[in-house]
Design a protein around this ligand. Structure first.
Ligand code: BG6
Length: 477
């Protein structure tokens, strides 16, 4: 038993995203989402980067989001398991195309709205706070076809209408909101992050930063609406975080590391500090980028900044200017990083760095001086069911324990933390690979990469472990 470090009202729980758990991809009046076009297999990555030939599912491909883990129909039994672990919060996302099947319909789809009403009621009945991401890697396909998705300014008002609809409907049920999941992902996987599809020869950077501006304005408008409609709610941004270490103390390496961090911080600087930082303006100038802005944008961004900084942390990154070192990049994560010789990696090549969690949390605290919310962290690993039907995921317990210890250190450093929702408390579809085999859960789902399996839920060893962590408010790890 360690000393009490976590605040009494700390929000322990888990995080999922609509497209990775719900399934029922065309049920209940839902329209097609960008993520519904991402197959399992070798074609997935290039699509996520924006090389998309067709906006219709190919009958010869297998699309994991179409059924996912069928949370749409099984949310009650899954919620019962989360409640058994003592969850205080569950982070979910709303599928835009469930509410507005085309993204810009005149009226929202009542069946979609009702589904989330029922889900929130079920959570609240079990004393679990819903923490809601408004957009987690999905855009209604119609908006891609019609407007080129976030490259068009029109998306701003469609998103604003969508967000307002949610605030009005769920104002008595949801008090924690987030606008865009991992908003900086737009620069790495633009189809996933913003529904962007590129034509041959287009200036991708130009399009990405224009789309980023639209999302930033849309985010500010959502913050404004949230504060007006639900004055007692908190609304945050969400960063795919992970500090970049310079490979050596050579100032060139340090500068490159700083620039890499700023590529991500750019988004949060705007969302939290309310203005484009000087380094971004210089970057646009140096790269001949012109971001179109409207007159009111500057004041909108300034006046409607976020209440807290949500972030995911899986790994730190490392950067060098030495070509030889650069030949040795990590292959797993979508964020470019050279191999860090001091650290181990997961089966998917993601660096494991618990201390980096403390470093990242401190860096965000120093920079923004706002409460932080850890809304994703976890280990994707292969789990085996043994002959007794048990899953002994001690490696996951080890990973989480070390990260939670470092989170406690960050709190002792003075970092203000609202909560910790680990990623995928129940096994779900991997965003980057589309696999089921890459599992994060405390609850196993019997389903394989190709879509076969009974979907049965089985508690892993980590289930009871996490239950104890929550019960003791992080004192027993
Ligand atoms: C984050 C996303 O990037 O990492 C999640 O917000 C995602 O949607 C998670 O699932 C883990 O990544 P992956 O690729 O292992 O599923």
């Amino acid at each position: 038993m360690t000393k009490q470090v976590f605040p009494e009202d700390f929000l322990w729980g888990g995080a999922v995203a609509a497209n990775q758990v719900e399934g029922a991809y065309l049920e209940g009046g839902k329209g097609l989402s960008t993520v519904d076009l991402l197959p399992f297999g070798p074609n997935r990555m290039s699509l996520m980067k924006g090389r998309v030939d067709s906006l219709v599912p190919d009958p010869n491909e297998f699309y994991p989001s179409h059924e996912a883990i069928d949370f749409y129909h099984r949310y009650k039994e899954d919620t019962a398991l989360f409640a058994e672990m003592g969850f205080k919060a569950l982070r979910v996302s709303i599928a835009w195309a469930r509410i507005f099947p085309n993204g810009n319909d005149e009226t929202p789809n009542e069946e979609g709205l009702q589904f989330y009403d029922d889900l929130f009621d079920e959570l609240l009945k079990n004393s679990i706070q819903p923490v809601v991401t408004i957009a987690h890697f999905d855009v209604p396909v119609h908006l891609v076809e019609q407007y080129g998705s976030w490259r068009s300014r029109e998306l701003v008002s469609f998103f604003e209408t969508y967000a307002k609809t949610l605030f009005v409907r769920y104002k008595n049920k949801v008090k924690y909101w987030m606008t865009f999941n991992e908003i900086n992902m737009l620069l790495h996987l633009p189809f996933i992050g913003a529904g962007l599809v590129f034509k041959e020869g287009e200036n991708k950077k130009q399009i990405q930063y224009q789309a980023a501006h639209h999302q930033l304005v849309a985010s500010a408008l959502a913050v404004k609406a949230c504060h007006e409609i639900i004055p007692d709610a908190k609304i945050g941004c969400m960063l795919a975080a992970g500090s970049t270490y310079p490979y050596t103390c050579n100032p060139d390496d340090v500068l490159k590391g700083m620039e890499m961090d700023r590529e991500s911080f750019f988004f949060i600087d705007v969302q939290s500090r309310g203005e484009y930082p000087g380094y971004a303006k210089r970057f646009f100038k140096d790269h001949n980028l012109t971001v179109q802005m409207e007159d009111e944008d500057e004041s909108l961004l300034k006046e409607h900044t976020v209440d807290y900084i949500g972030f995911s942390y899986y790994a730190s990154r490392a950067m060098s200017t030495d070509q030889e070192i650069l030949n040795n990049m990590t292959d797993g994560n979508v964020f470019a990083s050279v191999e860090n010789p001091y650290l181990e990696k997961s089966e998917w090549g993601w660096t494991i760095d618990p201390k980096g969690f403390r470093i990242t949390a401190n860096q965000l605290h120093d920079r923004y001086q706002k409460p932080l919310f850890v809304v994703e962290n976890g280990l994707g690993a292969v789990d085996e069911v043994n002959e007794h039907g048990e899953i002994n995921d001690h490696y996951r317990i080890d990973y989480l324990k070390k990260h939670i210890e470092q989170m406690a250190e960050a709190i002792k450093d003075g970092v203000e933390l609202i909560g910790y929702t680990s990623w995928g408390p129940i096994d779900l579809v991997s965003a980057s690979s589309g696999e089921m085999k890459k599992r994060y859960g405390y609850i196993y789902v019997e389903k394989d990469n190709e879509g076969g399996g009974s979907m049965k839920r089985i508690k892993k060893k980590s289930f009871d472990w996490y239950k104890k962590v929550i019960e003791t408010n992080g004192q027993v790890l």
